[in-house]
Each structure stands twice: as C-alpha cells, then as structure tokens.
Design a protein around this ligand. Structure first.
Ligand code: AP5
Length: 184
C-alpha cells in the first residue's frame, strides 16, 4: 500500500512526480493546488476566498485546506493508497493530518523531500508561466516555503519517515530515485 506525501519548494517537481507515479500505480494524486485552482475556475465560495492568497503567493488559511483534504482523503478511492502533493505546508497542517490519518487508519505513510536549489526552481517556474509564476510571486512563495513549510523537514525527520531525493536531475531520474528510496 503506497501512501506518500511530497514535500519540496515550489517548482521542485512535486506535481510532475506525483502525477507520473499515481498514473503508474493507479492510485489518486491529491494536489491541494490543483483542487484550489479548480475551485477558483468554478468560482465556488472556496475558490473565491482562496484567490487573493494564491495570487499573492501566500498560504490559504489552514482551516479551508484542512477541510478540503479531510473530505478528499475520506473518499473510498483512497483505500488503495494515495499521493499527497502540496499538503501539509505548515506544522499545524501536519499535526491535523496526523490525527486525520489515525482516524482513517491510513498507516505506513512516507514523505519524499525533493531537494532543488532556489535558482533552478525560479528558472523552471518562469519558463512554465502559471498565473502565480511571476518573479515577484515566486520569490514570495519561496519565502513562505522557507518560513512555514521547511520546518516540516525536521518534523518528519524526527518521525523517521523522511526520504530525501535529488530533484535536480531529469524527470525520469527523479522518478527512478523515488522508487528506489521507497523500496529500500
Ligand atoms: P501549488 O500548486 O501546490 O504550488 P507550489 O507548491 O508552489 O508548487 P508548484 O506547482 O509550483 O511546483 P511543483 O513542486 O508541483 O513542481 P511541478 O511539478 O509543477 O500551490 C499553489 C498555491 O495554492 C499556493 O501558493 C497557496 O496559495 C495555495 N495552496 C496549495 N496548497 C496549500 C496548502 N496546503 N495550504 C495553504 N495554501 C495552499 O514543476 C514545475 C515546473 O518544473 C514544470 O514546468 C515542470 O515541467 C518542471 N519540472 C519538473 N520536474 C523537472 C525536472 N526534473 N527537470 C526540469 N524541469 C522539471
């Protein structure tokens, strides 16, 4: 049963890797960024509330994202495993997730930390050009990552479930390294 959380700065390849592996393993790829962008497109109350945070590269309030993840992970299609991309992003979200997974009896979770230098992620994101991929918003997203999300590296390391992967190599090489570290 594969249950993986993808951690890493913006542009480190969380979405790319999670999607490739989820397709291959036929398990759900749960991306909080994708769910929020879909809500925005459909102009649901969640999307409307999240928009200004996303446009500025700030985190959407924990409660909104936690409710969204709780609902998604409670769906029966997650019984065969899942890949979580973009959540948790704060220590509060991580502790919420721990309790939720306990309640759902989802065990054996591992965390993949994709390591990529800042200059490489900035270059990748500028090339991609999503709405929040302007230089100013990318810098803010990186700052938020350093302040709010990077502490999760120690959080998961202390729980002995963190696996480091070099994200600064070809997409195929990253995929192979992920498969290798989770098998070892
Ligand atoms: P989100 O969508 O999660 O954005 P992000 O974390 O900034 O991550 P990205 O999607 O930019 O990067 P990625 O690591 O997935 O890389 P990707 O595979 O796309 O979140 C967006 C916003 O939503 C947040 O700012 C926040 O406002 C809100 N939000 C989401 N989750 C939240 C939460 N939990 N709490 C609060 N707010 C939340 O790759 C990037 C590019 O690089 C692509 O063009 C790709 O083709 C390329 N690439 C990938 N791998 C490689 C490689 N190995 N070599 C070369 N290029 C590569």
């Amino acid at each position: 049963m594969t249950r993986l959380i993808f951690l890493g700065p913006p542009g480190s390849g969380k979405g790319t890797q999670a999607k490739t592996l989820a397709d291959g393993w036929r398990i759900p790829h749960i991306s909080t960024g994708d769910i929020l962008r879909q809500a925005l497109k459909e102009q649901t109350p969640l999307g409307v509330e999240a928009q200004s945070y996303m446009d500025r590269g700030e985190l959407v309030p924990d409660k909104l994202v936690e409710d969204m993840v709780a609902e998604r992970l409670s769906h029966p299609d997650t019984n065969s495993g899942w890949l979580l991309d973009g959540f948790p992003r704060t220590v509060n979200q991580a502790s919420f997730l721990e309790q939720l997974l306990d309640k759902l009896a989802h065990r054996g979770v591992k965390v993949i930390n994709l390591e990529v230098p800042d200059d490489v992620v900035v270059e990748r994101l500028l090339e991609r050009g999503r709405k929040d991929d302007t230089e100013e918003v990318i810098r803010r997203r990186l700052e938020v990552y350093r302040n709010e999300t990077a502490p999760l590296i120690n959080y998961y390391s202390d729980r002995l479930i963190l696996l480091k992967v070099n994200g600064n190599q070809s997409q195929e090489e990253v995929t192979d390294e992920i498969k290798k570290v989770i098998a070892s």
